[in-house]
Design a protein around this ligand. Structure first.
Ligand code: FES
Ligand code: FES
Length: 159
């Protein structure tokens, strides 16, 4: 079947089969390889994308379910001013970044701050709980998201 959706701001269509996973459609048909194909079981989080503003593991989304949704991948998000807040926060906290989970962390942090501009540690830990990160302690990731929240507040409100 052919489905239409918005991908990084563009109207697109894709031919999908029952059983196709969204992560594979994004990687193979659109060459958006920022979403990594890791565990294919919803455990590692490396395939995270924004689907209608929610951070979700795209390996767990049937491709047909993307019909009429808005999808943002790290390739699109990294072109936005919102991305700069997250990048700044992560740099200030001094956390490690690597190709495995950084896109997932960035998109998840943004989805959280979009809903909750001043999350407490518990909310941050809960948001990040679906991402396996081998390079950072959980406390470092919490600090990074808090710094990103500060960066965003400063940009928006000048404080
Ligand atoms: S590949 Fe999707 S959660 Fe691991
Ligand atoms: S930054 Fe390397 S696995 Fe998370």
């Amino acid at each position: 079947m052919i489905i239409g959706f918005i991908l990084n701001g563009d109207d697109v269509s894709a031919r999908v089969e029952p059983g196709d996973r969204l992560v594979d459609v994004l990687r193979e048909q659109f060459r958006l390889i920022g979403a990594k194909a890791g565990c294919y079981a919803g455990r590692c989080g490396s395939c995270t994308i924004l689907l209608d503003s929610r951070a979700v593991p795209s390996c767990m989304v049937p491709a047909f379910a993307a019909r009429n949704t808005e999808i943002i991948t790290i390739e699109g998000f990294s072109q936005t001013v919102d991305y700069l807040d997250i990048e700044r926060g992560f740099q200030r906290a001094g956390i490690e970044t690597c190709g495995y989970c950084t896109a997932a962390k960035v998109l998840t942090a943004h989805a959280l701050l979009d809903k909750n501009p001043d999350p407490d540690d518990e909310a941050i830990r809960a948001a990040l709980s679906g991402i396996q990160c081998r390079c950072n302690e959980p406390s470092g990731l919490v600090a990074a998201v808090r710094e990103a929240a500060v960066a965003r507040q400063r940009r928006i409100y000048g404080r």
